[in-house]
Design a binder for this molecule. Structure first.
Ligand code: NCD
Length: 325
């Protein structure tokens, strides 16, 4: 495996392998010093053409915990402002002997294009409305840790499906791992065609609520909406928001997920976002773990054994105050 571009079309076994590998790194993250030398000498660059808080910090944290060096490229302060093309920017990074480029871009397909141009590994950190594979992996990992398995889980994905790369990747990953997915949204926030999507669709959150194990809320992506797709945000909240009243009607074991950033008061009531059953911060913590697994899988080489990488012996010198790469 050289790149992680998407999860759509990936077999269950590949997803499970990455989730299993994540367990080794969850163990590392629970240590007093959560750092191993597994990727010492490797360099990971983040190349973000769109805003991000958690995805970028999460990849950088993951790379540092594996002792890789990190470079962070910000479009707003780069030569892209002077008209440099994506290809030239990427080749420039590669010429600095970068091992992996983590890319977020507003154009769907940009990571695939980079993978054709470059010799280094490419990881998709979100491309347009298309895919966000590490978000899907961290969501699966969060549910697997909470419920033991995704098999048979009933998951409602609620909100702006049309503009959501998270929804596209999650639908595939959740169903590949055995969950049943229902999309809940007004028609205007669904993609024009759902042909081939392994999902049920509902326009009535209240009907789906009581029978869901997981309510996955999406952000209203106002920066991607160029027309009035809902009459008003207040009306959206009234029909599709997880209000306090709706949260009280959730099944006992149900949990709430959100990829962040949350619009408190729009898709989720402020007090619901702070409930124990809202696993948003678990998602963030698991994001680092899963991204460590992905970087390790792509960069450590096929012969590497994760037990060697995370075992006490391998990281002993760090714990005893030695070099941290
Ligand atoms: C999402 C994204 O940017 O795709 N956020 C994230 O990566 N955690 C979802 C969003 O912006 O709504």
């Amino acid at each position: 495996m050289k790149h992680l571009l998407g999860v759509i079309g990936q077999p269950r076994a590949m997803l499970e392998e990455l989730l299993q590998l994540s367990d080794s790194f969850a163990e590392v993250n629970a240590r007093a010093i959560p750092k191993v030398p597994a990727l010492r000498g490797r360099t990971v660059a983040t190349l973000f053409f769109e805003d991000s808080t958690r995805t970028r910090l999460s990849f950088e944290t993951a790379a540092k915990r594996l002792s890789a060096d990190t470079l962070s490229f910000s479009v707003s302060s780069s030569s892209v402002k002077k008209g440099e093309t994506l290809r030239d920017t990427a080749l420039t990074l590669q010429a600095m002997r970068i091992d992996a480029i983590v890319v977020r871009h507003a154009s769907s397909g940009a990571p695939w294009q980079l993978a054709r141009w470059l010799d280094c590994s490419v990881i998709n950190a979100g491309d347009g409305w298309h895919e966000h594979p590490t978000q899907a992996l961290l969501d699966c990992y969060t549910l697997r840790r909470h419920f033991g398995s995704l098999d048979g889980l009933r998951i409602a994905i609620v909100g702006d499906i049309k503009h959501s790369r998270v929804a596209r990747s999650d639908v595939w990953a959740f169903t590949a791992l055995g969950a049943e997915v229902t999309l809940v949204a007004p028609r205007t926030l669904l993609p024009p065609s759902l042909e081939g999507w392994p999902v049920q669709v509902s326009e009535d959150l209240d009907r789906v609520l009581g029978s869901s194990d997981v309510v996955y809320l999406l952000r209203m992506q106002r920066e991607r909406q160029h027309e009035a797709l809902v009459p008003s945000l207040r009306e959206y909240t009234a029909r599709f928001g997880l209000t306090r009243d709706r949260a009280e009607r959730l099944a006992d074991r149900a949990v709430v997920l959100h990829p962040g950033p949350m619009n408190r008061g729009v898709e989720i009531a402020p007090e619901v976002a702070d409930l124990d059953r809202c696993l948003v911060l678990d998602q963030v913590a698991n994001g680092v773990t899963v991204r460590m697994a992905v970087l390790y899988k792509l960069l450590a080489g096929s012969a590497a054994d994760p037990h060697d990488a995370v075992g006490d012996e391998a990281w002993g010198p760090i714990r005893s105050g030695g070099s941290d790469g």
